[in-house]
Design a protein around this ligand. Structure first.
Ligand code: PFF
Length: 454
């Protein structure tokens, strides 16, 4: 046994576990990915597929990851080595692929977080407070097409998140997310209330929720499944790592279910906040991920005290993004620390250094590297596609197969039990059935079809 994993710290309270896990799930995925993907891919039809993917694949995989992590109390690579029988397949490669996925996601994610951080300051300065779409559009364009600003904001974000990680799991991750998650909910509710008073509420909500099944193609189904993985931080060892910090008396299925519902709730609130505003101010609803940076300022400029609220909104989006980034960065950090014997400080610094290099290729996609493409995509889109639509689902299949066929039902049920009591056996049995038969097959079919492989 690697002695670096003995006496490791973890989450100290039940609320802390929930806040940190929810802190990983809730992030820019809710505010920036969910509304634009739902809007662009057929509204309620897409939502339905996303919900199915979350229930049939996301929930079981999340329960699997967390229970594996708690059983082994180690980083993803060591966890798989410990739980796999001797001389079996190299299952630890799932952990290694998770580290790769973490680097790819962090590379583009940190750039979007950089925009969010920059917007806190722009909101304070007042330069983006305008209901004129040309003003908010050109402010955003100016930021993302400036190479120096893009790089500096991104690097600043990386160092900031690294700093929190250095404070450790309990004080850093748990301490920060516990305080800030409740405030995020309140602010989003307020934003929705404002948005629902705008003139084109009906059009906005229709766009978001009207089912348009003609838009559903196999590629769209893959996107919905990728979103389910991305949203719940699955398929790359993040939840496994957090599972290793779970308390032994924490009810894993109940926590997972709560996180899923709360995460969905935040996504819906974000959609309801954004789309009525998009229509009321004449924006293009298919404008994609940049929407939030252009519409939100326009909404706030309409209401008294809007500037203050806008500052608060971007500050809280920064918080949501911070919780998610912390959980992602924790994966390579804990692997380098526990597997390669580096101190946490060295592991964090090395992770940041790698991300400064890799992330720059994403930060510069709207300027210096605008014409640099691989497989027809710029680096930002390529990293997004490769992680959400390939690596995370692949990790999900392998994890489900591992639990369903290698680790086995007894070990799984044991790992889910609270202090020896098996808890709700029927639920655990159903989750196991999904992991053994349903999830891997579903993921495989959707992936192969979505990637055009059959
Ligand atoms: N779940 C986060 C979001 O929706 O913003 C993103 C994320 C965090 C993905 C952690 C993957 C991960 F491991």
């Amino acid at each position: 046994m690697n002695n670096k994993t003995i006496g490791r710290s973890g989450f100290s309270s039940s609320f802390g576990v929930l806040a940190a896990t929810l802190g990983s799930a809730v992030g820019l995925g809710n505010i920036w990915k969910f509304p634009s993907l739902t809007g662009a891919n057929g509204g309620a039809g897409f939502l339905l597929i996303y919900l199915l993917a979350t229930l049939l694949i996301g929930l079981p995989v999340m329960i699997a990851e967390i229970s594996m992590g708690r059983a082994a109390k180690a980083n993803p690579i060591t966890t798989l080595q410990r739980l796999a029988p001797k001389n079996s397949l190299p299952w630890w490669l799932i952990g290694a692929s998770g580290v790769l996925a973490a680097f790819l996601i962090l590379s583009f994610y940190s750039e979007v977080v950089a925009w969010v951080f920059a917007y806190v300051f722009k909101a304070i300065g007042g330069s983006i407070l305008s209901s004129d779409r040309h003003v908010t559009e050109s402010a955003f364009g100016a930021l993302i097409s400036d190479p120096l600003q893009s790089l500096l904001w991104q690097w600043g974000v990386l160092v900031f998140i690294g700093g929190i990680l250095l404070m450790g799991v309990t004080k850093g991750i748990e301490g920060i997310t516990k305080k800030l998650m409740p405030v995020l909910f309140l602010l989003l509710l307020l934003l929705c209330a404002v948005s629902l008073t705008l003139p084109k509420v009906a059009e906005g909500l229709t766009f978001l929720f009207r089912p348009d099944f003609s838009k559903i193609t196999s590629g769209v189904v893959l996107t919905a499944m990728g979103l389910a993985f991305f949203k719940l931080s699955l398929g790359m060892g993040t939840m496994m790592t957090y599972g290793s910090y779970f308390r032994d008396d924490q009810n894993i299925p109940a926590t997972t279910f709560r996180v899923m519902i709360a995460d969905l709730f935040v996504s819906m609130l974000a959609g309801i906040a954004i789309f009525p505003a998009v229509f009321s101010f004449g924006f293009e609803p298919s404008a994609g991920p940049s929407l939030v940076f252009i519409t939100i300022p326009a909404v706030f400029s309409q209401i008294p005290g809007g500037q203050l609220l806008m500052i608060a909104f971007f500050a809280l989006a920064s918080v949501a993004a911070t919780g998610a980034m912390l959980s992602m960065m924790e994966v390579p950090v804990v692997v380098l620390h526990e597997r390669f014997g580096m101190s946490r400080t060295k592991a964090t610094v090395l992770t940041i250094a790698i991300l400064v290099v890799l992330g720059s290729t994403c930060a510069l996609t709207n300027s210096t590297l605008a014409n640099f493409k691989l497989f027809g995509m710029n680096m930002f889109d390529l990293f997004d596609f490769a992680s959400s639509n390939v690596l995370l689902p692949l990790g999900g299949i392998l994890l489900a197969l591992f639990v369903g066929w290698v680790w086995g039902k007894d070990n799984f049920l044991q790992a889910l039990s609270n202090h020896g009591a098996l808890g709700n056996g029927a639920i655990a049995g159903m989750v196991f059935f999904l992991l053994r038969y349903v999830s891997p097959l579903l993921i495989l079919v959707v992936m192969l079809k979505g990637l055009g492989l059959f």
